[in-house]
Write a protein that binds this ligand. Structure first.
Ligand SMILES: [Zn+2]
Length: 350
């Protein structure tokens, strides 16, 4: 049933070659986009982090290459660079400035609604009182961006898998205490090779009981089994990445039938070497098989991407045109964790 509904949303309005993208790069940017998988710290422009490090007289020069971009060789080094970059964000005010910088970039790429992962681990060390202050600063910046650029932000609190289940319990307390119209979801990110989804069941149960919607990173560095475990143990409705499900087509069919949404970030997967190129990315197969998915950037400056670039590369690789992308934006809004009023407001921008 889901699959049929999804196909209706897509509408299969393919117009073939010669669509909107042949007319100029600026038009890709102008398409209204919905992004559901973005780590706030991971979206920090390197120049912003360098500037903050200079202000605070902290030396993190080693994380940048000669061109001033983040330098890392693989996913595990990426996690280290990510944490080093995040170490200069020490105050609520830093997060307000970060939110402003990130939303400016997103709005410039045509994003009208965005859900970002927020980590109380980095914002006040999982202390509920401190977290409230960070959240207040982030919300104020988000409100300003909405008034100025017409982009709406909502937050998904994530625990960090490699920090372990005990810290996740503290993180979910922050989530439960601040769940509401802005904090709409709970999730898990970090190193998929450490621990198991079942270690985090308690935290996910708490979040669910507090009315938060659930997503989990899986099927990026773990195979199809990791996706099955996240679905079975954490009972999430969205999977962050989930691309490795492609190695088990029966699972792909189950995901399609159940209406589970994959938050696919092709540029991230390709930059980290998971796939050899855009044409080899499984997103094309997901589309053909009626899997619900969204397109996001994950940690855009780390992977030298933007939402506009993701669209552009997908257009080149799979010949998807404006009709397909419009379907993706609408289906993504459908999968968003925000309330009905927000969804309706954003729908008018599509
Ligand atoms: Zn991610």
């Amino acid at each position: 049933m889901w699959r049929q509904a999804w196909r209706r949303i897509w509408g299969f309005r393919r117009r073939g070659r010669g669509g909107v993208f042949c007319e100029g790069r600026h038009q890709v940017k102008d398409l209204a986009k919905v992004e559901l998988h973005l780590h706030l710290e991971g979206a920090a422009p390197p120049a912003f982090i360098r500037g903050l490090a200079k202000e605070k007289k902290v030396d993190i020069g080693g994380i940048f290459d000669e061109g001033g971009n983040y330098r890392f060789a693989d996913f595990w080094e990426f996690l280290k660079v990510y944490e080093a970059a995040t170490s200069v964000l020490t105050k609520p005010e830093d997060y307000a400035r970060l939110t402003t910088a990130v939303l400016e970039e997103s709005a410039a790429s045509g994003v009208v609604y965005c859900e970002t992962f927020l980590s109380p681990d980095f914002c006040g060390g999982r202390d509920v009182g401190a977290w409230r202050e960070y959240l207040h600063a982030i919300r104020e910046a988000a409100d300003r961006a909405e008034a100025q650029d017409g982009i709406t932000l909502r937050g998904i609190i994530t625990c960090i898998r490699h920090f372990g289940p005990e810290k996740a319990r503290q993180t979910v307390r922050c989530a439960v205490e601040t769940a509401g119209d802005f904090i709409v979801g709970f999730g898990i990110a970090g190193d998929e090779k450490i621990g198991k989804p079942k270690d985090f069941v308690w935290s996910f149960d708490c979040a669910r009981e507090a009315g938060l919607r659930l997503t989990a990173h899986a099927g990026e560095w773990g195979g199809p089994e990791s996706v099955r475990e996240a679905l079975r143990d954490l009972k999430v409705e969205r999977i962050g990445h989930g691309v490795r499900a492609i190695e088990d087509l029966a699972l792909v069919d189950e995901i399609a039938e159940a209406g589970i949404v994959l938050e696919v970030c092709p540029g991230s997967n390709i930059a980290l070497g998971l796939y050899d190129g855009w044409r080899k990315h499984p997103i094309g197969e997901f589309y053909k098989r009626g899997v619900k998915f969204t397109v996001s950037t994950d940690d855009p400056p780390f992977f030298h991407t933007t939402m506009a670039r993701e669209y552009e590369m997908l257009n080149r690789a799979f010949d998807w045109d404006e009709g397909v992308f419009d379907g993706i934006a609408r289906a993504s809004l459908d999968a968003a964790f925000c309330d009905a009023d927000t969804r309706e407001k954003v729908l008018k921008r599509l």
